[in-house]
Design a protein around this ligand. Structure first.
Ligand SMILES: Cc1ncc(C[n+]2csc(CCO)c2C)c(N)n1
Length: 212
């Protein structure tokens, strides 16, 4: 059997937080379409602020990537999420009656602030490997919970689209490629990449825990 790659070794090193996040109560309720509207609202309001820094981090990855083909691939993904995914938030905020102030400048939880700090740190490192360490967690962990959901989609688009955005062949393929990039460049900065990866996994779990 082939040796596990760098990304799988980091994931396995943080398996307890990883499993707690991908099997979280929030994910189960999302699949059942039973997330309390107040919980969904709190989640999406904080997540929109997460996405803001995520987009900046993806920009940093584009700037620090070590080849034109990698830059192109990341740039295409960036274009996709800043169009399709942004409309999901706007439509969901409308459906949930979220006022403008909470869309653009909500009070941030400590977890959201800590997450933003990790993303800022990774972006400011100007290291492709460090940027990838945080991007891979955010994308792969979401793909992993979404892939565990079986059966018919919930009726409400706020629930259903949040699942289909993360469980689709395009996204799965992209995450596979992104992991391959981290497998390729991460071992050169293994310790610092491992630390960023671990902080990000712990924060993903806390981000869900905070909702309850
Ligand atoms: C706390 C938190 N962590 C990860 C994601 C997942 N995510 C963020 S941006 C992006 C790319 C396009 O979908 C993905 C998968 C999230 N939404 N919120």
């Amino acid at each position: 059997m082939a040796e596990p790659g760098f990304s799988e070794r980091l994931r396995a090193a943080h398996d307890a937080d990883w499993q707690a996040a991908i099997r979280h109560r929030f994910v189960a309720e999302l699949a059942a379409g039973s997330v309390d509207p107040a919980v969904m609202r709190r989640y999406l309001v904080q997540d929109y602020q997460f996405i803001d820094r995520f987009v900046a981090l993806l920009g940093a990855a584009i700037a620090s990537a070590d080849s034109f083909s990698s830059r192109l691939r990341l740039a295409r993904f960036l274009a996709m999420i800043t169009s399709d995914e942004n409309t999901y938030f706007v439509r969901s905020f409308d459906a949930l009656g979220v006022p403008e102030a909470e869309r653009v400048a909500p009070v941030l939880t400590e977890t959201t602030q800590a997450f933003q700090a990790v993303m800022r740190e990774a972006a400011e490192s100007r290291s492709y490997a460090q940027a990838l360490s945080v991007l891979v967690v955010a994308e792969w962990l979401y793909l992993s919970w979404a892939e565990l959901i079986k059966g018919p989609l919930p009726e409400d688009f706020v629930h259903a689209e949040w699942i289909t955005l993360h469980a689709n062949p395009y996204f799965s393929e992209f995450v596979g490629w992104l992991r391959g990039e981290l497998d390729r460049v991460g071992p050169g900065e293994a310790v610092v990449c491992g630390a960023l990866f671990g902080r990000a996994v712990a924060l993903e779990r806390r981000f869900f825990d905070d909702l309850y």
